[in-house]
Design a protein around this ligand. Structure first.
Ligand SMILES: Nc1nc2c(ncn2[C@@H]2O[C@H](COP(=O)(O)OP(=O)(O)OP(=O)(O)O)[C@@H](O)[C@H]2O)c(=O)[nH]1
Ligand SMILES: [Zn+2]
Length: 179
């Protein structure tokens, strides 16, 4: 495990390396979600995505970047406020805007710099989020392949996943009748 300080965004991000680094390693950029990653909240899909990623990385090798971008960058306090607004009917992006934030504050320049410092410039990226791939490319990381994550849907995160697919452009296929 490598921890990084002094990055441009001032956050202490972490890289976890699984085995020796291949020419084109599998990489997961995972944004911090205390509620999902640690406490198993069913409001989102973060916990199962992190588990799936670590299982894949343990099997094939690669790098997990755990990015301290709680709540898509708005922080835990504000995310909890956003959850209250979602309980009143707003979707995950509208709730951010109601709190005077943009939909997604995350910038992946630090992630690109972390990869470069590990000698990684070409990757297979484990994500459904097109913005992660596009930003990494703009910061000089070649995304050779985008490997989709599983879809971890339940009755509590259905609205959240739907918003990510419909408004966030995520590659999530929501087939009616499946959970
Ligand atoms: N503001 C806000 N943030 C949320 C909400 N639900 C989850 N999050 C945050 O969204 C982020 C999700 O991170 P990731 O799983 O890395 O990213 P993703 O954009 O879903 O893309 P994938 O790579 O496909 O998983 C975490 O920082 C969560 O804390 C919400 O309702 N509001
Ligand atoms: Zn989450």
């Amino acid at each position: 495990m490598v921890t990084f300080t002094g990055l441009g965004d001032g956050l202490e991000h972490v890289a976890v390396q699984f085995g020796p680094i291949a020419d084109v390693p599998l990489v997961r950029l995972h944004s911090e979600c205390l509620t999902g990653d640690v406490f198993g909240s069913a409001r989102c899909d973060c916990g199962p995505q992190l588990t799936e990623s670590m299982q894949l990385l343990a099997a094939s090798g690669g790098v997990l970047l755990y990015l301290r971008q709680e709540g898509r960058g708005i922080g835990l306090y504000n995310k909890l406020d956003a959850y209250r607004l979602q309980d009143q009917g707003l979707d995950t992006f509208a709730a951010n805007r109601e709190l005077n934030f943009s939909d997604d504050l995350r910038d992946y320049r630090s992630a690109a710099q972390m990869l470069q410092s590990l000698g990684v410039t070409r990757i297979r990226l484990h994500t459904n989020n097109p913005d992660k791939a596009a930003q990494l490319a703009s910061y000089g990381i070649e995304v050779v392949e985008q490997v989709r994550t599983g879809i971890f849907r339940n009755e509590n995160n259905d609205h959240y996943l739907r918003a990510k697919a419909e408004y966030g452009g995520h590659s999530i296929e929501l087939v009616e009748g499946t959970a």
